[in-house]
Design a protein around this ligand. Sequence first.
Ligand SMILES: Nc1ncnc2c1ncn2[C@@H]1O[C@H](COP(=O)(O)OP(=O)(O)OP(=O)(O)O)[C@@H](O)[C@H]1O
Ligand code: SF4
Ligand SMILES: [Mg+2]
Length: 504
Amino acid sequence: MSQASIVEIQDLEVKFYTYAGVVEALDGVNLFVREGEILGLVGETGSGKSVTSLSIMRLVPPPGIIEGGRIILRESGKQRDTLTMNENSIRQMRGKDIAMIFQEPRAYLNPVYSVENQISEVMLVHRKVELLENSIASVQKKLIDGRKTVLEKQKAGLDKENPKGEKEKAELAKRREAVEKKLGGLTTKPPSDNEMASYRRLVKAELYWPAERARQFQKKKAKLEKLKAELEKRKSKLEGKKGTGEQMAKINKQKHAVMAWYGYYDRQYAELMRVEPSQFNMDRGSRIKGTIRTSAMRFPARFNRKRQFKAEVQKEVVKVLRSVEIPDPERVARMYPHELSGGMAQRVIIAMALACNPRLLIADEPTTNLDVTVQAQILNLVKTLKKNLGSAILYITHDLGVVAQSCDRVAVMYAGNVVENADVFETFSNPLHPYTRALLDSIPRPGEPFKSIPGIVPSLINPLKGCRFHDRCSYATEQCLTGKPKFIEVKPDHYVACHLYGGS
Ligand SMILES: Nc1ncnc2c1ncn2[C@@H]1O[C@H](COP(=O)(O)OP(=O)(O)OP(=O)(O)O)[C@@H](O)[C@H]1O
Ligand code: SF4
Ligand SMILES: [Mg+2]
C-alpha cells in the first residue's frame, strides 16, 4: 500500500466472544500510517477505532481475539509482523516504537506513585543502556572537573613564581609542562565493559530482581509440594504393615526436612511480597523505590552509583516533562496524580508516552474530557511534538474540526471497516464514500438545519452481509447486499471501499 509507512495494517479481523454472541468488531481493516504524518481516524461510536489502535499495541482485552490479518511494523528497510512476535519482543516494542495516549488520563496513572516514578519506569525498561552511559559519563565528568580545578590552581601558582637562576627556571618550565600535560590528558573515556556490566547488574536488579526471586521461590515451593506428596504416598503404602517402623521413621524425617525448607521459602516469599507487593501486580513506578532497597546490600559502591543513576533518571524525567510544556517540572515530578488538574494529568500521560521517543504515537481521543482551551493547548502540543520529534501520530477523534485543523490524512471507519483514506484536503473537498459524505454533511453549521445520518449504527453481532453500510446508504444496489466492497486506490493516494468505485 505504501512503502514509506511505519505501520501498515492488512485485513485485520478482531472478534469479541461475549455471552450475547460474537461481536465482529473489525472486519478486515486496512490502514497505514506514514512517517512523520498525523493520521486522523474518525467514525461513529463503536466503529472500531479503539480496537484498531489496541490491536496495533497487541492490547486487545479479553474476550477479544485477533483472528486474522497482519500488522507490519517497518524500520530502516526491515519489517516485522507484530501479530507473530513473542510477548518479550512486543513488550520491547511498546513504549519504544509505538506509544499510546489514552482517553482517560487518570485511569492510567497509578494514584499511589509520584509522576517521576511512573515516567521513569518506562525509561528504565527501554533506555537503560543510554541512561547507564550518561550516568557513567556524569561521574567521569565530576571526577575530571575536580581534578581540573586542582591542576588549574597548581598552574596559577606556578605562573606566579619568579625564579632567578637558570637552573630554577628550567625546573619551573619542567613542572609547568608536567601540569599542562596532565590537564591535556583529562578527557572522558567511553565506559569500559566492566563498568557497564556492573551498572547493568544494578539496573537489572532494580527492574527484575524481586520478581525473579519470587518466581524462584514459587518454583522451589512447587517442587517441595511434589516431594511431600510423593512421601505421603510412600507412607500410606507402608501404613499397617509389620516391620516397616524403620522405613516409616526415615520417611517422616525426610518429610520434616521438606516441610522445613517449604516453610523457609514460604517466609522468604512472604517477606518479598511485603517489601514490594506492587512488584507482583504490575503497579507502576514501584520498581525503582522498592528495588533500590533490595539491591542496597549488593552494591557497596565506590562512588554512589545508585544515587548517581537515580539523579540521571530524574534529570531525564524533568526534561520530558518540560518538553510537554508543564510549568515547574521539578515540582510536578514529585507530585501524585490526585494533585494534578485534568490538563496536567493528560500532559503527564503524553510525557510518559514520549519518554522513549516513539516512532508512532497513538492518541485515542486525548482531549475528550478537557475544556476547550485545554483541548486547544493539547492539540497544539501534539502538533509541536510531531514537528520536533518527527514521530508519526495516529489521532483518533470524533471531532472533524480537529481533523481539518491538525491532520495530514484522514481514515474514516464504519462498523469495523476503514471505508475511505485520503489526504485531508482531498477528503474534505472531494469525499467519495457515501458514509464520508454523510459524516461531513452532519457537521453542524450556523444557520442551517441540523442533519444526521439516517438509521443507527448497526450491531456487530450478526452484522449485515455485503457492505455494512447498505441499510443506511441511498446509493445501495443489489450488489451491495451480498458482496463486501474491496478497499482499493481509486485515485492516486485516495483509497475507498465502495461498489460505486469499482470495489467489486
Ligand atoms: N471488551 C469488549 N467486549 C465486547 N465487545 C467489545 C469490547 N470492546 C469493544 N467491543 C466492541 O467492539 C466494537 C468497536 O469498539 P471500539 O471501542 O473500537 O469503538 P470506537 O470506535 O472506539 O468507539 P468510541 O468512539 O465510542 O470510542 C464495538 O462494537 C464494541 O461493542
Ligand atoms: S458499497 Fe454500496 S452500500 Fe456500501 S457505501 Fe457503496 S454504494 Fe453504499
Ligand atoms: Mg474508542
